[in-house]
Design a protein. Structure first.
Length: 275
């Protein structure tokens, strides 16, 4: 436990969502270690002052201890072995496990509170909520296309609940149960209007043409109409303010007649036969 009113000055972040929130709060100067994925999302991090460590999936105690932190913050996804490594350090530790947008807001508020930046945290949350409200009002009353959104491609895993909420806010209907594994045949039978792939750790490099061909989706409505998209990994899989970039990318994919082109959204070009 940390002493009452103690403000941590040396923080280890084991997921990009934590690092993004620290950046938004203006507290990157307190970051003493983070993951390589954090560096991708926040290139402004000083590589001279910040050690690179494994994330909450593969955490190593000796790496964390080398940073001499007074607080470790981690978030999903976890492995039991990694949690054991974190706990071995004996350093105050906050482990976050958001599922919904409300959880994401609560986590931002918690990080802000424990770092003494509560007012800034509330401002970040209010800005995110306003963005969701603005998009939702713009699509109100419109037809809701069926949207298949995956966060992993082998096996096929549906995106998380917060993504389902963003899809609904952007004027779509999320297909399936968030976070669950599904088969290519089930997706084909559902015949979605829009297909979105945002693979964890893949950035914007999902091979859209190949996955359509390999899964036999050539006759799916979304493919026929050219409505197959890749959205940058950090826009949908990082539960932080970057989700608002994901919201705008989803809105452009779901209702292109209302929303123009946006960063982080890539559309399929052509189908490659690759069995």
């Amino acid at each position: 436990m940390m002493p009452e009113n103690y403000l941590p000055q040396r923080i280890v972040s084991l997921q990009p969502s934590i690092t993004v929130t620290l950046r938004d709060l203006g507290l990157l100067d307190r970051l003493v270690a983070c993951t390589k994925y954090c560096l991708d999302v926040c290139p402004e991090i000083s590589r001279e002052k910040c050690l690179v460590v494994e994330d909450s999936w593969t955490a190593k105690a000796e790496q964390i201890l080398a940073a001499r932190p007074d607080l470790v913050i981690a978030s999903v996804p976890y492995q039991i072995e990694a949690l054991t490594e974190i706990m071995k350090c004996g350093i105050p530790f906050f482990g976050l496990a958001p599922k919904s947008l409300s959880d994401v807001y609560a986590d931002i508020a918690l990080i802000a509170r424990i770092t003494g930046a509560e007012e800034s945290g509330l401002a970040i949350i209010a800005k995110m909520q306003a963005a969701v409200s603005t998009v939702s009002k713009k699509v109100q009353g419109l037809e809701k296309p069926l949207v298949y959104c995956e966060e992993w491609g082998k096996p096929l895993i549906l995106s998380q609940k917060w993504v389902a909420e963003l899809v609904e806010a952007a004027g779509g209907e999320f297909y399936g149960e968030p976070g669950k594994q599904i088969s290519a045949d089930q997706v084909q039978a559902a015949n979605p209007d829009v297909i979105v792939a945002a693979w964890c750790g893949a950035g914007d490099r999902v091979p859209l043409e190949k996955i359509v061909s390999r899964r036999g989706w050539e006759e799916v409505k979304a493919v026929q109409q050219g409505r197959v998209y890749c959205i940058n990994d950090e826009f949908l899989n990082t539960p932080a303010s970057t989700l608002m970039d994901g919201l705008h990318a989803l809105a452009s994919a779901i209702h292109p007649e209302l929303f123009g082109a946006t960063a982080g959204l890539r559309k399929i070009n052509s189908i490659v036969v690759d069995r």
